[in-house]
Design a protein around this ligand. Structure first.
Ligand SMILES: NC(=O)c1ccc[n+]([C@@H]2O[C@H](COP(=O)([O-])OP(=O)(O)OC[C@H]3O[C@@H](n4cnc5c(N)ncnc54)[C@H](O)[C@@H]3O)[C@@H](O)[C@H]2O)c1
Ligand SMILES: [Zn+2]
Ligand SMILES: [Zn+2]
Length: 350
């Protein structure tokens, strides 16, 4: 079957990939659409170290093709959004409704694929840049059949991460001021999450001026091209600042732009050894810096919730799909994203 493999040097669309049959407690999903998140590019650039060969992609939706023994939560033909967690369901964190903290979700490194005689890793337990993937049942979250697959795919990372960061991690209250640095797939979902929460103003910052229209359409009240320009609007600073790029200099800028008692949420992922700095004395004014994994989401609850908000017209999903490419054109999709030509997300179709 076809898929996108990164072998440690380069990535390529191959047609000689295979995936195992679903074992007990496993589900095979035929992927129909997959979003290109910056984290996939970060594996290729080495910013996110990952063993190879690895099948890329972690934001996808598709149709359940087969289920292994003892799987009862989904059945053949169900439409599903994939979650990257695959949490155990029985540890103290799962019990407490914090699946992103389940220790089994990190480092297990499954290898359900075979490529040129070698086992190949699954990226983020998902590997959705592949015609088929095998996941745990709790990673396949059922959605209504009438939700378009391209829109559904983007819930799997961008929406869960961005909207979740606002509603679950930061718990932004109505009326709070919000700064969003980086208007990509993640930043746009922070913007629409902040709008849902009733935040105002919502100041979006991106060095790419072409992001203005979509930032405003998703609920930003202001768009500027630098963090210095954001200071002109929020003179006292903001209540919440979200870094959605992955640069330590921007984390510093976000913290410097906090008002008293403000909170910085770090969503961008810089290289694994990166260190950031801030002025300690300023933090004494009840300020906080928060890390955030996958929007601190509960995928089974939140995917359904976001799809419902979409059906009510309160969450934008169709508008997140800026361009679609057949899987074969993966290199064009990467080129266009890196060239700043993608307003929100690129979606690969199968
Ligand atoms: N914490 C998590 O769980 C999680 C989940 C998914 C993605 N991420 C990370 O979030 C980050 C963003 O991902 P994405 O898919 O939205 O990326 P993207 O490439 O779609 O968007 C990045 C945006 O940042 C803008 N940008 C670049 N440099 C800038 C600067 N100096 N100032 C302002 N804006 C700048 C770009 O123009 C672009 O619009 C990545 O680091 C990704 O790895 C984290
Ligand atoms: Zn992602
Ligand atoms: Zn667990």
């Amino acid at each position: 079957m076809r898929g996108v493999v990164y072998d440690g040097n380069d990535y390529q669309v191959v047609d000689d990939l295979s995936v195992k049959d679903p074992g007990p407690g496993e589900v095979t999903v035929r992927i129909e659409a997959a979003g290109l998140c910056h984290s996939d590019l970060s594996v290729i650039s080495g910013t996110i170290p990952f063993p190879t060969p690895v099948v890329l992609g972690h934001e996808g939706a598709g149709v359940v093709e087969a289920v292994g023994a003892s799987v009862t939560t989904v059945k053949e033909g169900d439409h599903v959004v994939l979650s990257t967690l695959g949490n155990c369901g029985s540890c103290q964190y799962c019990d407490a409704g914090r699946p992103t903290m389940c220790r089994s979700t990190f480092g297990s490194r499954p290898q359900p694929f075979t490529w040129r005689g070698e086992p190949a890793y699954s990226f983020a337990n998902a590997s959705v840049f592949s015609e088929r993937t095998v996941v745990k049942p709790n990673q396949a979250v059922r959605i209504p059949d009438d939700v378009p697959m391209g829109a559904a795919a983007l819930v799997g990372c961008g929406v869960l991460t961005g909207v979740g960061a606002v509603l679950q991690r930061a718990r932004v209250p109505a009326g709070a001021s919000v700064l969003v640095i980086g208007v990509g797939g993640i930043g746009l979902n922070v913007i629409q999450g902040a709008a849902l929460a009733g935040a105002t103003p919502i100041i979006a910052v991106d060095t790419n001026a072409r992001k203005r229209d979509i930032a405003l359409a998703f609920g930003a009240t202001h768009f500027v091209e630098s963090t210095d320009a954001a200071r002109e609007i929020a003179k006292r600073g903001v209540d919440f600042a979200f870094e959605c790029v992955g640069h330590v200099g921007l984390i510093r800028a976000a913290i410097d732009l906090l008002d008293w008692a403000g909170t910085c949420v770090m969503l961008g992922v810089p290289e694994a050894t990166a260190e950031a700095s801030f002025n300690v004395a300023s933090m004494y004014l009840d300020k906080s810096v928060l890390g955030c994994r996958y929007g601190s989401s509960q995928p089974q609850r939140d995917v359904r919730r976001y799809v419902e908000l979409y059906r009510q017209g309160r969450l934008k999903l169709d508008e997140l799909v800026s361009a679609t490419y057949p899987l074969e054109d993966m290199k064009s999709a990467v080129h266009d994203l890196e060239a700043g030509e993608i307003a929100a997300r690129s979606v690969l179709t199968f």
